[in-house]
Ligand binder design. Structure first.
Ligand code: AMP
Length: 280
């Protein structure tokens, strides 16, 4: 596994692989790797000749009150995990390598970036899309792999690729969960013992609403109530949103169609949790 920290070294390595006619698969991460990330690496390994993984905690997608400083960082463990998955190139740029001091041009993420996650985290998706666009231009992958876990992020990345004609195929990986349903997240390490138990309520709420949908309920309000009824069983959870959006537009529709997804998010103590599930 080749470890690179500069855009120059990265381009040299990727160009050499491409010169041998190898397809390039790319998995961007912020490190603190878990089975969710590794499932994407395995998916990339399966369908691409060369697998590139980036580890970059991107400061521009964190709000001023968010956890940029304390975000878990474990470079050596991450590299060991990536080596075991037969990653070819791991790219670990510094903040100064990624952003020139006077950088001022960004990607405008459009209206879907203002709702749900974007309403709670102003500027988040501008930061995400800008760094993903830069990473795409640095790595120039044939395919890039993202988790369904971050549904709105995935939606906006697909939208950026379509609207700006990036020559990259976006492939989504299923959400990997703990046995009790909690979606794996690098931030789960912050959960205290009781919070860890309570955190499964997001998954439970979506199972309940999906049951109602499968029993024939199509009313948006009724399905939202079904989500909220379960979420309210944990009063410590401060719910940011709990609703159903169309997979095509990421907007709420009433009545709810088959091609829709429940999205839930909230704060438990100091930890922000988000999750989603298809209604299909
Ligand atoms: P992050 O390091 O949090 O930026 O995540 C890097 C990639 O891993 C993103 O595409 C995430 O959607 C994906 N990811 C995070 N958690 C999971 C999970 N539990 N299952 C599958 N993919 C995930």
């Amino acid at each position: 596994m080749l470890r690179v920290t500069s855009i120059y070294e990265l381009r040299k390595a990727v160009t050499a692989c491409r010169g041998q006619g190898r397809s390039i698969g790319f998995v961007p991460t912020m490190g603190a790797l878990h089975e969710g990330h590794l499932s994407l690496v395995r998916l990339a390994r399966k369908v691409c000749d060369t697998v590139v993984v980036s580890i970059f905690v991107n400061p521009t997608q964190f709000g001023p009150q968010e956890d940029y400083q304390r975000y878990p960082r474990q470079r050596e463990t991450d590299c060991e995990l990536l080596e075991k998955e037969h990653t070819d190139i791991v790219y670990i740029p510094s903040v100064t390598e990624m952003y020139a001091e006077d950088a001022s041009v960004t990607v405008d993420p459009g209206p879907v970036s203002q709702i749900f996650e974007g309403a709670v985290r102003p500027g988040h998706f501008r930061g995400v899309l800008t760094v993903v666009a830069k990473l795409f231009l640095q790595v120039q992958p044939d395919r890039a792999f993202f988790g369904q876990k971050d549904a709105q992020q995935l939606f906006l990345i697909r939208k950026m690729v379509k609207d700006l004609n990036f020559p990259v195929e976006i492939i989504a990986g299923d959400t990997i969960r703990e046995k009790d349903g909690l979606a794996l997240s690098s931030r789960n390490v912050y959960l205290k013992q009781q919070e860890r138990k309570d955190a499964t309520v997001l998954y439970q709420s979506m199972l309940a609403a999906r049951d109602e949908f499968q029993a024939g309920e199509r009313g948006l309000g009724e399905l939202q109530r079904s989500l909220k009824k379960v979420l309210e069983t944990i009063p410590e959870l401060k719910v940011d949103y709990a609703t159903i959006v169309s997979d095509e537009t990421f907007q709420e529709n009433d009545p709810v169609s088959e091609n829709a997804r429940m999205i839930v998010a909230g704060r438990l103590g100091s930890v922000r949790l988000i999750d989603n599930m298809s209604l299909k």
